[in-house]
Design a protein around this ligand. Sequence first.
Ligand SMILES: CC(C)(COP(=O)([O-])OP(=O)(O)OC[C@H]1O[C@@H](n2cnc3c(N)ncnc32)[C@H](O)[C@@H]1OP(=O)(O)O)[C@@H](O)C(=O)NCCC(=O)NCCSC(=O)/C=C/C[N+](C)(C)C
Length: 263
Amino acid sequence: MTDDPRLTNLDGFRVEIDPARERADVILNRPPMNVISMPQRDEIRKVFEALDEDPRVRVIVLRAEGEHFSSGGYIKGFLDASPEHVSKLAWNIAAPARCAKPVIAANRGYTFGVGFEISLACDFRIVSETCRYALPEQKLGQIPGSGGSARLQKIVGITRTKDIVMRSKRIPGRQALDWGIATECVADADLEKAVDALVDELRAFSPIAQRTAKKLLNDTEDSTLAIAIELEGHCYSRLRQSDDFREGVEAFHEKRQPKFIGS
Ligand SMILES: CC(C)(COP(=O)([O-])OP(=O)(O)OC[C@H]1O[C@@H](n2cnc3c(N)ncnc32)[C@H](O)[C@@H]1OP(=O)(O)O)[C@@H](O)C(=O)NCCC(=O)NCCSC(=O)/C=C/C[N+](C)(C)C
């Protein structure tokens, strides 16, 4: 299916590419808990870098086999982790955020620890009603180490983040939607259908406009309003020169669907 060595012989997960739907699925496949090992985090980063460069792929889905997304890092291996692995934890798990293409996490069942953290690094989180998000590291005498508390605080604020981190509180799927952590919450049987629909929705947009929107929103998350508005203006001006912008406007006038080419 692919010649890229970064996408094959993976430990604890696999990659499926569907060129007809311009979609790649990164699938955790160590059920029932889909625990994530330290070396696996390096591989996950390389997979996202490879998919970012792959012209067949427009949208990436991160999902898992079985009834749980992931109960988190492989706890039994924590004490053996090399300093090199520990220093790269947050960088590796931020790979979906760095990837220029839209990334959807599909979460059901236990979505704990690093499983929650990598989902927070995705652009969209479609959850099922069975989903339970948690950052339970305090129970291990630790704190989240891959960006979890920082990302969560931006989404839900400090009060709720303290509840989740300092009390190891579990957040059910519906509540995750109410709190703005999840993009959408559906019945468990409908999770794949909801993800498919979002993939098709996203791939209909201009790839260059999507890439620009993702980068702009990520880059300006921490900036002042004035800087964010300034950068937005630069990006808008650049996109005005694009073929896709012309095509979008012409298609509107001609009352037809646009055919975006990504330039
Ligand atoms: C609530 C859990 C997930 C499930 O409870 P249960 O009662 O349904 O099932 P049980 O506890 O019997 O688990 C079944 C077997 O799976 C093993 N297991 C589960 N989770 C892990 C894990 N994360 N690592 C290793 N092994 C795991 C469990 O030991 C059972 O195996 P045996 O049958 O005994 O051989 C419950 O299992 C639970 O609370 N698990 C721990 C969840 C957790 O703390 N996750 C966060 C881990 S920390 C992390 O993800 C990130 C760390 C970042 N950093 C490295 C920087 C600290």
